[in-house]
Design a protein around this ligand. Structure first.
Ligand SMILES: Nc1ncnc2c1ncn2[C@@H]1O[C@H](COP(=O)(O)OP(=O)(O)OP(=O)(O)O)[C@@H](O)[C@H]1O
Ligand SMILES: [Mg+2]
Length: 244
């Protein structure tokens, strides 16, 4: 069963053609990393999927049907911070859980769990304006993980984080994926990160954008970035990413 089906997706902004007749599927339970040159339309694709943008041609389906944000359980960690400035960290994290009517017990347990996971447990009552860029990004990550989505969309979520936290959240995401088998679409510029986490990697071309390569990452988990097979895979992806 495909979780996301993209058929002949085409999108321009004025005379600028960004996505050029793109088709692919994300299977239920896939962990897909998408890499592509800056400005090729990765964010445009995710924004189109969640209907922030209209598309010019083609279709995007979830579970074989038109996307319905009320029906489909999607969490989207946007490239730009998307915290609600009038709510505290805790209220931001709980927002989606309340919409989904989690029980009080589960809501409290999950809030504690995800705030601890991103290292913000001491900042639960802070407002977004009192936080740094990385902390804001961590609020978005916590909020997305809290709702246990069927489809998790992540747009460069770890770019702002320091290395230690980045490594920890990469491992945490792999753990959550293995445990819940949720479908993940993860956009990154970091080739090592893509090879470390993904079960499948998609490489996009420059604009007008098409899919250049789409392949399964065969390395068994957990991965070790210093192993020969890992380095071979990283080199393979690096060679594919010769956009220039
Ligand atoms: N709302 C918009 N109006 C006009 N042009 C846009 C809009 N959104 C994106 N674009 C253009 O579409 C192209 C794709 O942008 P997009 O943000 O999707 O790229 P991206 O692959 O996410 O890049 P990055 O890796 O830098 O995040 C860019 O050339 C951008 O200037
Ligand atoms: Mg982007």
């Amino acid at each position: 069963m495909s979780k996301v089906e993209v058929n002949h997706l085409t999108k321009s902004f004025g005379s600028l053609k960004v996505l050029d007749d793109i088709s692919f599927q994300v299977n239920d339970g896939d962990f897909l990393c998408i890499v592509g040159p800056t400005g090729c339309g990765k964010t445009t694709f995710l924004n189109s999927l969640v209907k922030l943008y209209d598309i010019d041609d083609g279709e995007i389906l979830i579970n074989g049907e038109e996307v319905d944000l009320n029906k489909h359980s999607i969490a989207y960690i946007m490239q730009e911070y998307s915290t609600m400035s009038w709510l505290t960290v805790k209220e931001n994290v709980q927002f989606g859980m309340k919409v989904r009517k989690f029980s009080r017990e589960k809501l409290n347990r999950k809030t504690e769990e995800v705030l601890r996971m991103v290292g913000l447990e001491k900042f639960a009552d802070y407002y977004p304006e009192q936080l740094s860029a990385s902390m804001l990004q961590r609020v978005s990550i916590a909020r997305a993980f809290a709702v246990e989505p069927d489809l998790l969309l992540m747009d460069e979520p770890y770019g702002q984080l320091d290395l230690e936290l980045r490594f920890r959240l990469e491992d945490e995401l792999i753990r959550i994926w293995q445990e819940t088998k949720t479908t993940i679409v993860f956009i990154t510029h970091n080739i090592e990160e893509a090879v470390y986490m993904s079960q499948r990697i998609m490489v996009l071309t420059n604009k007008p954008t098409k899919v250049k390569e789409d392949f399964v990452n065969p390395l068994p988990l957990p991965r070790n970035v210093t192993e020969e097979k890992f380095i071979e895979m990283r080199n393979k992806v690096t060679n594919l990413i010769k956009w220039w």
